[in-house]
Design a binder for this molecule. Structure first.
Ligand code: CU
Length: 146
């Protein structure tokens, strides 16, 4: 076989590989057509010791985050995501980073599951907006990774 022929075959083979990789996009069955992080499920309890259990979570940016928040106390509690710079001594529902990243106030023993899209990479706070709770320490850390 001539060198030209070998080179031509190599180019053809490469072209076929590129077509196979790049062309499949929308019509392959299921699977990896959506790029991006896998969905994340988190479980938190709000406690009358003015703490969350667990106290922190870490998720990838852009992930669909489902939070199952249970009020494990006798008082009302909620779970709300706010910017790291938010003053926890004066936090209200209006400070929510996004309305969907808030459980709403949950009665004792009740729970709520809600879903939001993880924001850009960085550090955020989880706060309880019930009067006095965040100032008493009911604040968690929510880390979003690249
Ligand atoms: Cu609370």
């Amino acid at each position: 076989m001539s060198k030209k022929m070998v080179a031509l075959l190599a180019v053809l083979a490469l072209a076929l590989m590129l077509a196979a990789c790049g062309g499949g996009g929308g019509n392959s069955s299921g699977g990896s057509t959506e790029s991006g992080p896998a969905p994340v499920s988190l479980s938190f309890s709000g406690l009358d010791t003015f703490a969350y259990d667990p106290t922190s979570a870490s998720v990838p940016a852009g992930a669909q985050v489902t939070v199952d928040f249970t009020n494990g106390g006798a008082l009302e509690h909620d779970w709300m995501l706010v910017a790291d710079g938010t003053d926890v001594n004066a936090v209200t529902a209006a400070d929510a980073l996004m309305p969907e990243a808030h459980s709403g106030v949950i009665a004792a023993g009740q729970s709520k599951t809600f879903t939001f899209t993880a924001p850009a990479a960085g550090t955020y706070k989880i706060v309880c907006t019930v009067a006095g709770h965040a100032p008493a320490g009911m604040v968690g850390t929510f880390t979003v990774t690249q």
